[in-house]
Design a protein around this ligand. Structure first.
Ligand code: HEC
Length: 141
């Protein structure tokens, strides 16, 4: 029988890659390591106002602004609206990071998402504030 060395080392390599991948994911999820946008929890009054203005599309000149409320109601919808409402998106993103939110806003995956979240121009700071505003919506619920 030929040496089993190549098979063994291939298995070892595979296991090593798998473990590295799992470790990477755990560190990312648990400690938000490797995230490009730092997580923040404290905001001053000015930032809170800006956060709300960002969500309502009032923080930038009209052509650059995105009004999230146009598609995501801030109240449980009384009008017919099939888009997830603001409470729903906030709930779904409560335990996600600004990086995750940035992904869905600036690098949307999936056909529908890429259509509706198209051409958004937001800075990392904007995303952090929008995330904070979304969290605030939940406490008002
Ligand atoms: C043109 C309409 C439109 C605008 C404007 C819009 N969205 Fe959305 N958004 C949608 C739709 C529709 C979906 C659901 C897409 C799907 O089902 O794939 C969605 C999905 C999402 C999700 C994912 C929800 C989940 O449960 O996974 C988040 C978060 C989100 N939007 C946040 C925002 C924020 C924040 C803004 C403002 C910066 C915004 N959206 C602006 C239409 C819009």
């Amino acid at each position: 029988m030929p040496s089993s060395f190549p098979v063994k080392s291939a298995r070892f390599l595979f296991a090593a890659i798998l473990l590295t991948g799992i470790t990477f994911q755990l560190l990312r999820l648990k400690f938000r390591m490797f995230d490009s946008i730092p997580v923040r929890t404290n905001f001053n009054a000015e930032e809170i106002v800006r956060a709300e203005r960002l969500f309502y599309g009032l923080a930038y000149p009209a052509e650059r602004s995105v009004n999230c409320v146009k598609c995501h109601n801030t109240r449980q919808s009384d009008t017919l609206n099939w888009n997830p409402d603001a409470l729903e998106i906030s709930r779904n993103y409560l335990n996600k990071s600004p990086d995750d939110l940035s992904g869905v806003l600036l690098r949307p995956k999936g056909k529908k998402m890429a259509e509706v979240h198209k051409g958004f121009q937001l800075t990392n700071e904007d995303v952090v504030l929008i995330k904070a505003f979304m969290t605030g919506l939940l406490t008002l619920d």
